[in-house]
Design a protein around this ligand. Structure first.
Ligand SMILES: NC(=O)c1ccc[n+]([C@@H]2O[C@H](COP(=O)([O-])OP(=O)(O)OC[C@H]3O[C@@H](n4cnc5c(N)ncnc54)[C@H](OP(=O)(O)O)[C@@H]3O)[C@@H](O)[C@H]2O)c1
Length: 283
């Protein structure tokens, strides 16, 4: 159990994450199961709410509304993608910003842009944590991010700017991608294109973080995971994060850290200071 969760539990607050799964998407099922297992091992309770693929937008909003009102639920996770009929945008905005542990509510993204973050999206936060863990200096470095999604690339660019890096963001309309990526001291691949980044895209000795996840199944039924970065990059890069086992577990860890943070808001004032001094800076 994490020490921060234990601190809260001893004071009667049982951190609790509510996950919402709409429809039957095997990848989403497996991600949510992994997140719930990790939560349990850290002392975070989790609840799973399954909605059929035929759920209406208003049915989804009604569930989110009920979870917003529950005092025993501290974090709400809406597993994406939703079935094509439903709007993730409209649903995410219904989640209380104080329970938005994925950090995707416009208020939380706006706070991040303004430099006063509350919940930071988990994958970008995980990328920074990975670099910090391996003591990769960020300040003054040229960071190139391939991908500008709301989930990964855009918030990650903000985090790097706040850490005094010089940031280039590339996307599907970027011309001569390799010319841009070869200028990177730190290259982050988050394009959702298997093996898009090859050795010719990488400056010798660069730090390369692979956010992409692609699953292939062999004729024997064995699953293999691939990233946005081709294995050939290992020769050129100074450091390359693995897939699986790199950004994926970091993302889960940051979701749990955000949930504990959300639960800590329920602490009585007399304990809040002690929590802040001992635990908050680690989350
Ligand atoms: N490890 C984890 O826990 C984790 C978490 C989240 C996501 N992921 C993975 O990370 C990847 C990205 O996810 P996402 O949600 O950010 O994907 P996304 O929403 O599809 O965004 C992909 C971004 O990459 C850009 N792009 C696509 N093809 C490109 C190309 N050929 N050259 C340059 N840029 C290109 C797109 O540009 P436009 O904006 O112009 O379309 C877009 O900005 C996926 O593989 C996803 O599975 C992993």
């Amino acid at each position: 159990m994490s020490r921060a969760a234990l601190f809260l539990r001893k004071r009667g607050i049982h951190p609790r994450l509510a996950a919402i799964l709409v429809g039957r998407n095997p990848a989403s099922e497996s991600y949510v199961a992994g997140k719930r297992r990790a939560a349990k091992s850290c002392g975070i309770d989790s609840l799973l709410f399954r909605l059929p693929a035929s759920t209406s937008q208003s049915g989804l909003h009604a569930l989110i509304g009920r979870l917003n009102r529950r005092r025993d639920v501290h974090g709400i996770l809406l597993q994406l993608p939703l079935p094509a009929r439903l709007s993730a945008e409209e649903a995410l905005v219904r989640i209380s910003p104080e329970k938005d542990v994925d950090g995707l509510h416009p208020e939380n993204l706006g706070r991040l842009a303004a430099g006063v973050p509350r919940f930071v999206p988990c994958t970008p936060k995980g990328v920074l944590h990975l670099l910090d863990f391996f003591r990769v200096p960020v300040e003054g470095k040229h960071v190139v991010i391939v991908g500008r999604s709301r989930l990964v690339g855009r918030p990650l660019a903000l985090l790097f700017i706040h850490r005094n890096a010089t940031v280039t963001v590339c996307h599907s309309r970027t011309r001569r991608l390799a010319q841009q990526t070869r200028r990177a001291d730190i290259l982050v691949a988050a394009a959702g294109r298997k093996h898009l980044i090859r050795a010719s895209h990488v400056q010798k000795g660069a730090v390369v973080v692979d956010v992409g996840i692609h699953v292939s199944v062999s004729p024997s039924g064995a699953k293999r995971f691939h990233g946005d970065v081709s294995p050939s990059v290992r020769r050129a890069a100074g450091v390359l994060s693995p897939v699986p086992g790199g950004v994926g577990p970091e993302t889960v860890a940051q979701l749990l850290a955000n949930t504990v943070r959300a639960a800590a808001r329920c602490l009585a004032a007399k304990h809040a200071g002690s929590f802040e001094r001992s635990h908050l800076h680690r989350l």
